[in-house]
Design a protein around this ligand. Structure first.
Ligand code: NAP
Ligand code: G4F
Length: 370
């Protein structure tokens, strides 16, 4: 009988972890995910997977070597996808030590857990690396040969992760690889990353639930792809004959301003950007009458970073040629549309749920005071 593929995913509750779990379950894998103890027990992104026979969750933490060693020994994975991270760049300036512990030393802990359990020649490891390594970019577009210049505590921590994976590959002949992924977004993206912050705000403003959106650097350029397309690459990287690192990107670049323009347009409001720098504003020039003429987007220094990465554009040629992956299967326009449509429905549903809660509260209160 053919041996079952067993995947262990760190960061299973995150955006990528949830899509990767679905992808691997569809492929017939037994999927194990690491969760952390939290005061809230509801895991929104993977709630629909919990209870499936091949989907298992375990408590562990990237900061706790012992928990990782024990879990790797128990699960005996054939593939590990190390997606767990403090993944917010701005937060890494506020919590640099925690970021280094999880995003840098955490990678070492996973590699050592595999060696400690003598799985170094049977278990393949994917490391979630990032385009943030290019940071203060030294060339555009960026490929696998572009020099790194990390530009935040997050990127410095991830650079350690990248190098320690390469070191273990060379020193111990392990099949461990980094996917250097450029920004990828979705309707499951965390709400404080710029794309989701914009699509949620556009939906709320369109439905009268928010007045204005405050953003930081509108001119920052990103290569944005769809997360669902990117998890396939993580898997493809581990199915190759030789362990190698790959850039995963669309090869298309847009500014934060362009993302905001298209998101608001999709939600029914046309913006015109006027002014510069901190004084730039997005004014509604077409759309619902009560919004026309109003400033819907403003710049706030609160969202500026001490050092900001402003020109990311990936060259996905290697992934396209060697993995056979299509970098453009979801266009920028489709991505924005998917996210805005989802958030328009979410805001409307939250409103209905809110009204129902209010009505129920009123009913109960009347019942009690009667
Ligand atoms: P995400 O949504 O922020 O998810 C991060 C995951 O890491 C969550 O499941 C989180 O658990 C978990 N985690 C954080 N600290 C942990 C700890 N100490 N122990 C165990 N788990 C911990 O991130 P994502 O967007 O899915 O990204 C996945 C990975 O790819 C990350 O490593 C990120 O740095 C990297 N990456 C992302 C992008 C992108 O554009 N999305 C691009 C390049 C690289 P909780 O739910 O408990 O917080
Ligand atoms: O959406 P962001 O916070 O993503 P960022 O910093 O590019 O990081 C994401 O992608 C990386 C891959 O390159 C991952 F490694 C990382 O884990 C994460 O998933 O910010 C994008 C850009 C930045 O230049 C930021 O300065 O948007 C700019 N921005 C402008 N206003 C803003 C805002 N970013 C956020 N989060 N919030 C704003 O209001």
């Amino acid at each position: 009988m053919e041996k079952k593929n067993i995947a262990l995913i760190t960061g299973v509750t995150g955006q990528d972890g949830s899509y990767l779990s679905e992808f691997l379950l569809d492929k017939g894998y037994e999927v194990h995910g690491i969760i952390r103890r939290s005061s809230v027990d509801y895991r929104e992104r993977i709630a629909h997977l919990e209870g499936k026979p091949d989907f298992h969750l375990h408590y562990a933490d990237m900061g706790d070597s012992m928990s990782l060693v024990k879990l790797v020994g128990k699960v005996q994975p054939t593939e590990i996808y190390n997606l767990a991270a403090q993944s917010h760049v701005q937060v890494s300036f506020d919590a640099p030590e925690f970021t280094a512990d999880v995003d840098a030393v955490g990678v070492l802990r996973i590699l050592e857990a595999v060696r400690t359990n003598h799985l170094e020649h049977s278990c393949r490891i994917y490391q979630a690396s990032t385009s943030e390594l290019y940071g203060k970019v030294e060339e555009v577009p960026q490929n696998e040969q572009t020099p790194f210049h990390p530009y935040s505590p997050y990127a410095v921590a991830k650079l350690y992760g990248y190098w320690i994976v390469k070191e273990y590959r060379e020193a111990y002949d392990m099949f461990c690889c980094s996917g250097i992924l450029f920004n990828h977004e979705s309707e499951r993206r965390g709400e404080t990353f710029v794309t989701r912050k914009i699509t949620l705000a556009a939906a709320r403003i369109a439905q009268g639930k928010q007045e204005k959106l405050y953003l930081g650097n509108l001119s920052s350029l990103r290569d944005w792809g769809y997360a669902k397309d990117y998890v396939e690459c993580m898997w493809l990287i581990l199915q190759q004959e030789k362990p190698e690192d790959y850039v995963i990107a669309t090869g298309v670049q847009h500014s934060v301003r362009e993302f905001a323009y298209l998101a608001f347009k999709t939600a029914g409001m046309e913006l015109e950007f006027r002014g510069e720098g901190i004084n730039e504003k997005g004014v509604c020039v077409a759309g619902p009458a009560h919004l026309v003429g109003k400033t819907l987007v403003e710049v706030s220094e609160d969202f500026y970073r001490p050092t900001d990465v402003v020109n990311l554009l990936g060259d996905p040629s290697k992934a396209k040629n060697e993995l056979g992956w299509n970098p453009q299967s979801t266009s920028f326009e489709q991505l924005v549309s998917i996210m805005v449509k989802h958030d328009m429905q979410k805001v409307a549903a939250d409103h209905v749920a809110g009204v129902m809660r209010t009505n129920l509260a009123e009913y109960l209160e009347k019942g009690i005071t009667k």
